[in-house]
Design a protein around this ligand. Structure first.
Ligand SMILES: [Zn+2]
Length: 206
């Protein structure tokens, strides 16, 4: 693969960027576990966007190689195919699995409720990132939570735990099925384990 573009997204910030049809988007973990709240839109009409409920309808609630990320809204179709995942997935007694399409996203108000801190969450970080493409706060949607380890407990409640199976150097590769605006937020929440880190973005020609 030919590397076209590469950049780091600092901790607790976000970035939006274009991935063209057929290109491969690699999301990396340069310094260790960092959950990325990942949104995506059709470049042609952003009212078509990554729909996690459609992704779960046709696939698992935790995705890996061979799984599809689906769009919805104006149109429903495969948006990305996961073609590589370096995480050595490890099971635990809790049943939690890494790479979540269940948990949604944090926000300033959820952080206020949970941690009594009036600071931006992924909702606001993603909104700031996609503003570069003229998209407002209302375009932020439930994300693919890359490297987030979650499960559903015996009481039916969604929970998360430290993504202990994610190591420095890990990556996941998404092949774009059409032209896409992608956006990632380095989640400032506590689901990445101790500390907050940057993540890397690499875009390759096929
Ligand atoms: Zn978050």
């Amino acid at each position: 693969m030919e590397l076209l573009e590469s950049f780091l997204v600092p901790k607790a910030t976000g970035k939006a960027f274009v991935v063209k049809a057929g290109q491969i988007l690699r999301i990396t973990q340069p310094d260790g576990p960092q959950v990325i709240d990942f949104d995506a839109f059709s470049l042609g009409d952003p009212r078509e966007y990554l729909l996690t409920s459609a992704t779960r309808r046709y696939g698992p609630s935790h995705v890996t190689v061979g799984d599809l990320l689906w769009s919805g809204g104006l149109r429903e179709r495969p948006m990305f195919t996961i073609i590589a995942d370096s995480v050595k997935h490890q099971s635990s007694d809790s049943g939690a699995i890494t790479h979540d399409v269940v948990s949604g996203r944090c926000s300033q108000s959820s952080r206020n409720l949970r941690y009594a801190t009036d600071t931006p969450g992924c909702q606001e970080i993603l909104a700031e990132a996609i503003a570069e493409f003229g998209l407002g706060l209302e375009y932020v949607h439930d994300p693919f939570n890359i490297f987030m380890r979650t499960g559903i407990n015996a009481q039916g409640k969604n929970f998360w735990e430290d993504p202990f199976d994610v190591k420095p150097g890990d990556y996941i590769d998404l092949r774009a099925e059409f032209d896409i605006i992608a956006a990632g937020s380095a989640c400032p929440g506590l689901s990445s384990g101790p500390g907050s880190r940057p993540f890397g973005v690499e875009i390759y020609a096929p």
